[in-house]
Design a binder for this molecule. Sequence first.
Ligand SMILES: [Zn+2]
Length: 339
Amino acid sequence: MKKIYLRLALGLCVFSLVPLEDLHAEVNKTEEVAPGVYFHEGDLGRRGHCNNGWVVFDDFVLVIDANFPSGAKDVIPKIRALTDKPIRFAFDTHHHGDHAYGNQVWFENGATVVAHEGVVAEMKKYETGFYGGAAGRWEDTAKNREDVAASKLKPPTLLFRKEMIFDDGRHRVELLHFGTAHTRGDGFAWLPKERILFTGDACVNGPFNYTGDGNIEQWVKTLTLVQELGPLTICPGHGPMGDNSVLVDQIQFFSLLRAELKKLIKAGKNTAQVKESMETVKTTLKNQDRLQRYVGSFFSAQFEQAYVELGGTPFETKAAAVLPHKPKDKAVVLGRVEK
Ligand SMILES: [Zn+2]
């Protein structure tokens, strides 16, 4: 298969070489998920953009994810084409650049940026010298992206600890935090009436699981709790939207990865032997029809991280650079979707 190789800059949660024809058929198109509820799959491959959602309330628009500044500027006219109501709130599902660096653009358009309080905590840790600490990913990304260089980081100012609810009687959106998954500040936007769930990168639909700022064990537990909401439609952080099977498959991908590693550990394999088994485990996952789309360039890092979480010793490879708590700021990750 012809592959289109794409290099995305550091500090994003997704760096991937993606066959666009497979995964981005609906890129840059606005889809009405339900009356007044929209999903927009961002152009990840060419521009690093995340997916966006928005809900048109009686008095205002709530946007889900801020995207990069260029992504925000792509989406704003599309919202404006549908409604002239003020865009009053932009919700960051997490702190990563492709979901939060566009905050300033939304702010300049009249919005207040909303997030779980963990987003600010992680921004302080990883993203920026804004709070007086060392420079971080924002500053690094600004060296590579003109849209970031031309903007500034605007951290969320309206924070919630457990949940925040928007309800005008017609639409109801609950912003919820269930614990650590993709990051320690993951927020979900849940529409209980329509049973639509916007997940950010806690659930993706394709080989986009960057695990370095999260915890795979907790991720499975968190998404298992999320599943109890009973969503019918999943609007993921990257990749096309789908039904609840997207969430089921996302959970299953990490569950099976962990189960395979547990088997190796139980069989008494040492670190070198576990590492040697990586290709076999990858094949096992790729042989599962519903999971193969999750196996991509992040696999070696996911495999190693899951092993370390289970008590294993880190491999002496580059993948160690993306283990939890280890800054990967100097790393440049290139990869590709594996078919
Ligand atoms: Zn992310």
